[in-house]
Design a protein around this ligand. Structure first.
Ligand SMILES: O=C(O)C[C@H](O)C(=O)O
Length: 501
C-alpha cells in the first residue's frame, strides 16, 4: 500500500473546493428540477427557475454558484492502517488547500472568513482557516468529505436539549417556522438526534452530505423510526408554505436528512442545520496512488429554459429617479427590472456607516433618494465587471435601518429574506421600499451589473462600498411603502394541512 502524501491531500481538497463552488451535486439538481415542475406559486417557481438557470450557467462557465463561496468544512475518515506521509499538522495541510482554491486566479472564490470574531473581524483574505474534523476508522485509506457551507444557512442552525418524552418532529417544525428565508429555501435540513451536544451538531452537519433520496423513501415507505421522522418532518415543513425564498409555495425542503446516536437517559439533544440553495459537497477516497480527480458533470443533468419568459415584460424602474409617487405605486410580490445606480453595503459597511453618522461625520457616499444592495461579490475574472453577486440576508441589517433611512434619505434596499418588525416600521415611516433578488442565483444576477467601481472602505474587502450600474436587474418587491410584506402574506397563502402517511 503506497503512502498517502501531504500533496495528495492538499491537491485533492483544493480541486474539490473549486469543483463544489461551480457544480451542484446531481441529486440536488434533480430534486430542484422536481420542485420547479411541481411549484404552483409563480413567484416561487420563477425563483427556482433562476436558481436552476444560474446553476447551469455556472457549470458551463466554471464560475461560483453563489457569491458566498462558504467556509471550507473538511471531514477526514482516516483508516487506522493507512500509511500517512505527513509531517505537518493536518490543519496546516488543509489550510494550504483552502488558500490555493480560494485564491486561484482563473476562478477566485470569495474570502469570507474573518480573523477574530470578538475583535475587529478583519478578513483573512484567503478564506483560511478551514473547519477540520477527523474520525479514525477501520481500513488503510483516507476518506474525505469537503463541503463549502454558506453563512446564511449556517446562521439558522438551532439546537435544543429536549425532554426525552418530547417530539423531535414538533420541535423541528416549530423551529423551521421561526427561521425565515435567510437560509435560501428550498434546501435541505440536516438533523442530529442524541449523543452529546457536540455529537448532535456534528451528525446534523454530516447528514447534509448524504444523498437526496426522499422520493425513493416516499415510494418504498419508511423502514425504521428515523425514516418515519424524516417523512413526517418533510411533509409538515413543506405544508408550512414558506416556499422558495420565503415567497410562499409548495417546496421549502428538498429532503430531510437525519442521523442519530445513543444518548443519556436524561437527555434528547437535537441539532438542526439547514443547507441553502447553494448546496456544495463532494466525497473522495485517497489510497496512496495519487490525488483525487473530479469530472465535470454532464450538462444534460440540468433542465433548460427555466427562466420566466414573461420576465422581460416586467415593469422597469429607473433607480436614478426614485420619487415618492413611483415608490408608493410598488406592490409586494410585483416583479421589477431595475436599471441605474446602486450602492453596495452589507454588515461591516452598515456598522461603519452608523458609527460615522453617530460621530456627526458625512458618509463617503450620498445615499439620498438612492438604492443600496446588500451584497459582497466575488472578484471578477477576464472581461467580467464583477463576479457572482447575489444578495445577502437583509435581516442582519434591520438594526441599522431606521437610522440609515432617517439620516441619509436612502429609499430602496435590496437583499434577500424577510425584514423584522423594527425594519418594516422604519420602511413604512420613511416611504421606502424593500426588494429581494434571488439568493442562490448570484452569477445570473451579476450579468445585470454593467459597471462596478469601489468607492469607499476598501479595507473591508468584499464588504467595501461599490457603485454599480445595473441594467434590467430582476427583483421582487418584498415590503412596500405601507409596510406590507410578501414574506408575511406569501407563506400564509400557501400554508396547508400536511398529508402524513
Ligand atoms: O455572505 C453572503 O454573501 C450571503 C450569506 O451567506 C447570507 O446568506 O446571508
Amino acid at each position: 500500500m503506497p503512502a498517502i502524501t501531504e500533496a495528495h491531500v492538499t491537491d485533492s481538497i483544493a480541486d474539490a473546493l473549486q469543483y463544489v463552488a461551480c457544480y451542484h451535486p446531481a441529486d440536488f439538481i434533480a430534486a430542484m428540477g422536481e420542485a420547479y415542475q411541481r411549484e404552483e406559486n409563480p413567484g416561487a417557481r420563477n425563483a427556482i427557475g433562476q436558481i436552476l438557470a444560474n446553476s447551469r450557467m455556472c457549470a458551463l462557465r466554471h464560475r461560483p454558484i453563489c457569491q458566498d463561496t462558504g467556509i471550507a468544512n473538511v471531514f477526514l475518515e482516516i483508516g487506522v492502517e493507512a500509511r500517512l506521509d505527513w509531517k505537518r499538522p493536518l490543519q496546516d495541510i488543509v489550510d494550504d488547500a483552502v488558500r490555493r482554491a480560494y485564491l486561484l486566479d482563473t476562478n477566485p472564490l470569495r474570502a469570507s472568513v474573518v480573523r477574530n470574531p470578538l475583535g475587529p473581524r478583519e478578513n483573512t483574505r484567503d478564506n483560511t482557516p478551514a473547519m477540520v474534523q477527523v474520525e479514525m476508522v477501520a481500513g488503510d485509506r483516507v476518506g474525505i468529505t469537503v463541503s463549502a457551507k454558506g453563512g446564511g444557512s449556517e446562521n439558522k442552525t438551532r439546537f435544543a436539549v429536549l425532554n426525552p418524552s418530547a417530539s423531535v418532529a414538533d420541535w423541528v417544525v416549530e423551529t423551521v417556522e421561526t427561521l425565515g428565508a435567510g437560509w435560501c429555501p428550498p434546501g435541505m435540513l440536516g438533523i442530529g438526534v442524541g449523543g452529546s451536544v457536540d455529537k448532535a451538531m456534528t451528525m446534523a452537519k454530516l447528514s447534509l452530505n448524504d444523498p437526496i433520496d426522499i422520493f425513493d423513501l416516499l415510494a418504498r415507505g419508511p423502514r425504521d423510526r428515523a425514516e418515519e421522522l424524516r417523512l413526517e418532518i418533510y411533509e409538515r415543513v413543506n405544508a408550512l408554505g414558506i416556499g422558495a425564498q420565503g415567497l410562499g409555495g409548495l417546496t421549502t425542503v428538498l429532503d430531510v436528512k437525519l442521523r442519530h446516536f445513543p444518548t443519556h437517559a436524561a437527555s434528547l439533544p437535537v441539532a438542526l442545520i439547514p443547507n441553502c440553495a447553494a448546496t456544495r459537497h463532494v466525497h473522495f477516497t485517497l489510497d496512496g496512488t495519487g490525488p483525487a480527480t473530479f469530472d465535470p458533470p454532464d450538462l444534460s443533468l440540468w433542465p433548460e429554459d427555466t427562466l420566466d419568459t414573461a420576465a422581460g415584460s416586467a415593469r422597469r424602474l429607473d433607480l436614478d429617479v426614485l420619487d415618492a409617487a413611483t415608490l408608493a405605486s410598488l406592490k409586494p410580490g410585483e416583479t421589477l427590472l431595475l436599471s441605474g445606480t446602486l450602492y453596495t453595503g452589507r454588515d461591516a459597511a452598515h456598522k461603519r456607516m452608523v458609527e460615522t453618522l453617530d460621530r456627526g461625520e458625512v458618509l463617503p457616499v450620498d445615499l439620498k433618494n438612492r438604492a443600496i444592495y446588500y451584497v459582497g461579490p466575488v472578484d471578477p475574472v477576464g472581461d467580467e465587471v464583477i463576479g457572482p453577486a447575489g444578495p445577502t440576508t437583509s435581516t442582519r441589517m434591520d438594526k441599522f435601518t431606521r437610522q440609515v433611512l432617517a439620516q441619509t434619505g436612502l429609499k430602496v434596499m435590496i437583499g434577500k429574506a424577510e425584514r423584522g418588525p423594527e425594519a418594516i416600521a422604519a420602511i413604512r415611516d420613511h416611504g421606502a421600499v424593500y426588494m429581494i433578488a434571488v439568493g442562490g442565483a448570484a452569477f445570473l444576477v451579476s450579468k445585470a451589473i454593467r459597471e462596478a467601481e469601489p468607492v469607499a472602505w476598501q479595507d473591508l474587502g468584499m464588504e467595501a462600498i461599490y457603485r454599480l450600474r445595473v441594467e434590467d436587474m430582476p427583483v421582487t418587491v418584498a415590503v412596500d411603502t405601507l409596510g406590507n410584506s410578501i414574506h408575511e402574506t406569501g407563506p400564509w397563502a400557501w400554508r396547508r394541512v400536511p398529508v402524513l402517511t
